[in-house]
Design a binder for this molecule. Structure first.
Ligand code: ADP
Ligand code: 5GP
Length: 191
């Protein structure tokens, strides 16, 4: 019997909705789930570890990666650049196991172009008020950066219809369970 090809899943959603929290919960319960580590030009937050949360790089190295086709996708977001190193994703999928990317909207759109078979999952807040309070409650950004992220969040929420599945992050454990189910679900049959 032919083996179902390993699936690339993209998790996206507005800043502060809980993407990082839900992915951390998925990894805690299912350490075997492979999650891509992005490169970014943003400075590390307190407690963030190079090579674990992100690869923290400078602008020159980011330029080099773009020029050498080292990124599956990349985007500028709220004043910093973020990208997915392509080689580890290809290796993971070639090994027959699923891969998960946690990226923002412009990157999700690029993945859709380059890998139409990828599954796009949108993590939505239970309400706008809850999103505002989560972003403020995280307390990692200055109010000015928070406002920038909220302005982007409105546009990101408007794009949720472009995604294959919407998961509401009402409860971290429940959303993590739903995401794990999607990672291992067979793709819908083709025409
Ligand atoms: P993102 O990665 O999408 O920017 P985070 O994972 O950093 O978001 O979460 C933003 C804030 O919301 C954090 O303080 C986190 O603890 C909180 N949070 C995440 N998910 C939930 C949830 N289901 N209920 C309540 N708070 C949550
Ligand atoms: P943060 O600065 O809060 O860690 O991330 C800001 C935004 O960048 C989040 O929406 C996050 O999902 C997104 N992001 C993280 N890594 C990547 C990536 O490799 N590519 C893209 N396009 N977005 C990313």
């Amino acid at each position: 019997m032919a083996r179902t090809p390993a699936r690339l899943t993209v998790l996206s959603g507005p800043s502060g909705v809980g993407k990082g929290t839900v992915v951390a919960e998925v990894r805690r319960r299912h350490p075997e789930v492979w999650v891509s580590v992005s490169v970014t030009t943003r400075a590390p937050r307190a407690g963030e570890v190079d090579g674990e949360h992100y690869w923290f790089v400078d602008d020159d190295y980011f330029d080099w990666l773009i020029e050498h086709d080292g990124l599956l996708e990349w985007a500028e977001y709220a004043g910093n650049r973020y990208g997915t190193p392509v080689a580890p994703v290809q290796e993971q999928l070639a090994s027959g196991a699923p891969a998960l990317l946690e990226i923002e909207l412009q990157g999700a759109r690029q993945v859709r172009e380059r890998a139409p078979e990828a599954q796009l999952v949108f993590l939505a807040p239970p309400s706008w008020a809850e999103l505002v309070s989560r972003l403020a409650g995280r307390g990692t950004e200055h109010p000015e950066v928070q406002s920038r992220r909220l302005a982007l969040a409105q546009a990101e929420l408007d794009a949720s219809g472009e995604f294959d599945v919407v998961v509401v992050n009402d409860d971290v454990a429940r959303a993590a369970d739903e995401l794990v189910g999607l990672l291992t679900a067979s793709p819908p049959a083709g025409p």
